[in-house]
Design a protein around this ligand. Structure first.
Ligand SMILES: Nc1ncnc2c1ncn2[C@@H]1O[C@H](COP(=O)(O)OP(=O)(O)O)[C@@H](O)[C@H]1O
Ligand SMILES: [Mg+2]
Length: 339
């Protein structure tokens, strides 16, 4: 079993609970679920065995985002709801509703100006006002379809690192082609955001994934701050779209050498406040991954909130802390459920 689940099983056992790892793709309409559990609960790093287990008291939906968006956990969520079993993370609405929630919270000043594209004109106006924008699918993830449009004179340069079909795309739009092109975004499934002049390292833009989780007593904690750097000339920093992960110590030192102080504390405090704001709308939320930017003037920005942040970005010690928090939040939910 993976180190992550071994750590979770160990924590659960210490708190008098048992961890069961199961595939949500199975038929869940029975009184039991088929899952894996340590053969000896006191030795979770030893062998595990597969067994039929009674329905759990609380569930951590840990499926990959690409499976979740294709409905892999739909039956699990329905069954959990029917049985009154608490499950985290709850589904979060897309980027637009999340943006609206945050606009009504204490982190509003950290949000880049954003509008939903419900007409061709809204997009053309955004380009006129900001000259450099990001257009993003409201339900997107992994940098897919994230498009940067920059005005240069009366032409526009359009760049995407990860198209739906995979691969990069870059082209110019003439003024006459622009409004026809904008028309395809008129259906309300995208947001447009002012492009932030993000801080760069070796000429490549950097942003920061700040992962926060709920632990004991439901308190939010910072699991890690992970800098990500775009490819040369890249639009996004997502690893699946050509970005790379860097270590925070390295990035802080490189910045210092340039006489730039990275506002790491502000990044984490804004991330924690944003998590509390989301949790007011979805109280069972237990893990969030914020994409945050630092601009050349030292300003801190909250670019987006991920309800299923990739664990591949985390270092082994962050993963260990994540496993501990996930277990603590599961136990908290399970205890409330049993009460
Ligand atoms: N307004 C913006 N200004 C500068 N960079 C941005 C902006 N919006 C997105 N990006 C870059 O694009 C990446 C992907 O955008 P994001 O909103 O996180 O969408 P996704 O859900 O696809 O990851 C971000 O991590 C960041 O590097
Ligand atoms: Mg992102």
């Amino acid at each position: 079993m993976s180190a992550f689940y071994c750590e979770m099983a160990d924590r659960a056992n210490q708190q008098g609970w048992r961890l069961v790892v199961f595939d949500p793709g199975q038929d869940l309409r029975h009184a039991h679920v088929r899952g894996w559990t340590p053969t000896d609960p006191a030795a979770p790093r030893g062998a595990w065995r597969q067994m039929d287990e009674p329905w759990p008291a609380a569930i951590y939906d840990n499926t990959f985002v690409h499976l979740a968006v294709h409905g892999y956990t739909r039956a699990l969520r329905e069954q959990a709801q029917e049985r009154g079993v608490p499950l985290f993370n709850p589904l979060l609405p897309g980027k637009w509703v999340t943006h609206r929630w945050l606009t009504a919270s204490t982190v509003r000043e950290y949000l880049p100006p954003t509008v939903r594209v419900t007409s061709q004109q809204i997009l053309l106006d955004a380009l006129d006002t900001w000259s450099d924008v990001y257009i993003k699918p409201i339900g997107g993830y992994g940098g897919m379809g994230v498009t940067r449009v920059s005005r240069t004179g009366d032409h526009c340069r359009v760049r995407v690192d990860r198209t739906r079909r995979g691969g990069r795309r870059e082209y110019e739009l003439t003024p006459s082609a622009l409004s026809r092109w904008a028309h395809r975004y008129a259906h309300g499934r995208h947001i447009v955001q002012r492009a932030l002049p993000l801080w760069r390292l070796d000429g490549r833009t950097v942003d920061f994934r700040v992962v926060v989780m709920r632990g004991l007593a439901g308190r939010w904690r910072v699991i890690g701050v992970i800098p990500k750097r775009a490819a040369t000339g890249g639009v996004v920093t997502n690893l699946v779209a050509g970005g790379e992960r860097l270590s925070l110590d390295y990035v802080v030192q490189r910045a210092e050498r340039e006489g730039f102080r990275l506002p790491v504390e502000e990044l984490t405090s804004v991330a924690l406040r944003a998590a509390e704001a989301v949790a007011r709308h979805r109280p069972r939320t237990g893990v969030l991954g914020m994409d945050m930017g630092v601009t050349e003037d030292g300003g801190v920005w909250l670019i987006e909130v991920n309800p299923k942040p990739a664990r591949s970005l985390l270092t082994p010690s962050m993963r260990q802390r994540a496993a501990q928090c996930a277990t603590e939040w599961l136990v908290e939910l399970a205890s409330r459920h049993r009460r």
